[in-house]
Ligand binder design. Structure first.
Ligand SMILES: [Zn+2]
Length: 348
């Protein structure tokens, strides 16, 4: 049985159990790894276990005590989870130190210093930690360096590079690995998210180690769009206007909210990245490509490795800048323009 039902990270759970039992739990942790592998869920289950009042030793939560019930309801007085608001690109400063009228009088950093209401510990989980504004991150530094004895702060992020070195150096870094195909298949089947073993395994293979991505891939609309995009990319010359129009339509279909629109574009770019990555891989190895639709597209693709890696780079840059761009249509247009004339990107 996986620890607290989270597949793939039992070794990390065992490490924490040992650390807790020997009384060596630190005050600041940074969980990093690919998105959608369970880091955030792990952090929240860890908090719940640390706060559970019924369990004496080991890293488990009873699920029945007042503390566990309050944790589940997100009403525990000594526990809070913060994350990037859906309509923002960063976690704002006020989350940490209160808004303009209540500077330093409210916010997570104020609360973490208060004595735990139920005794024991006070725990804060900061999801999307790599989306903290620099200002917010700088405010957090002092507390991370010398947290109060009762505090445990867990930062959860997907990219070490996007975190300030000063933040990284003040936390114990716990790396979460990608999930293997078998694990993802098992989860998709047991949760009945995949209709059968064949589609579970297919989704898992394409997911690149991320359960979240596998879930998205199981959505028939996305699977169809992926095939469509791979078809378009294999055409020479590239029809930039068509690609741009179809991506924009996909984003528009998500409605007006920023978060689902960005999620869709991210997914679309990942399909493109997958195509060029596999094309590069094909140019250096003889390994066959398991996925039939991708293989069909790549067999028509005739780009040289140099051009392919340029196109890959252009798309990786575009993916990186999704969160920085207010207008996704402009981003899509700029990206397709470069895709049509990749050499121009070298002089940009
Ligand atoms: Zn409990």
């Amino acid at each position: 049985m996986a620890w607290e039902g989270i597949e793939g990270h039992d070794a990390i759970a065992a490490d924490f159990a040992r650390i807790v039992d020997s009384g060596r739990l630190g005050g600041a942790y940074l969980f990093v790894g690919l998105g959608g592998v369970g880091k955030g869920t792990f952090a929240q289950k860890l908090a719940k276990s640390l706060l559970c009042s019924a369990v004496e030793s080991g890293l488990v939560s009873c699920g029945r005590c007042a503390s566990c019930i309050q944790c589940d309801a997100q009403t525990h007085p000594d526990y809070e989870v913060v994350q990037k608001p859906v309509d923002r690109t960063t976690i704002p400063l006020e989350t940490f130190i209160g808004d303009a009228e209540h500077r330093m009088k409210e916010g997570l950093l104020r609360r973490i210093w208060r004595k735990p209401a139920l005794g024991g510990r006070r725990i804060a989980v900061i999801l999307d930690a790599d989306a903290m504004s620099d200002e917010a991150a700088n405010c957090l530094l002092k507390t991370l360096e010398e947290p109060p004895d009762h505090a445990v702060i867990i930062l959860v992020g997907s990219s070490l590079e996007r975190l300030l070195p000063t933040i990284r150096s003040r936390c114990q870094i716990i790396r979460f690995g990608s999930l293997d195909v078998e694990t993802i298949t098992k989860v998709l089947l047991s949760s009945e998210e995949a209709p059968d073993e064949l589609s579970a395994a297919a989704g898992a293979r394409m997911a690149g180690g991320s359960l979240e991505r596998a879930r998205q891939l199981l959505d028939p609309a996305f699977a169809e769009f992926r095939e469509h995009v791979h078809g378009l990319l294999s055409e020479r010359p590239l029809r930039g206007v068509t690609i741009s129009r179809d991506l924009t339509a996909l984003v528009e279909a998500a409605g007006k909210e920023s978060q689902p629109r960005r999620a869709r574009l991210r997914m679309a770019f990942e399909f493109v990245i997958e195509f060029y990555r596999e094309a590069l891989r094909m140019s250096v190895t003889e390994m066959p490509i398991a996925d039939a639709t991708l293989r069909a597209g790549l067999e028509r693709w005739s780009g040289e490795a140099e051009e392919t890696s340029l196109l890959l780079g252009i798309t990786l840059d575009a993916l990186e800048s999704i969160d920085r761009n207010a207008n996704l249509t402009v981003l899509i247009d700029a990206w397709t323009a470069l895709l049509e004339r990749p050499k121009l990107s070298q002089h940009a």
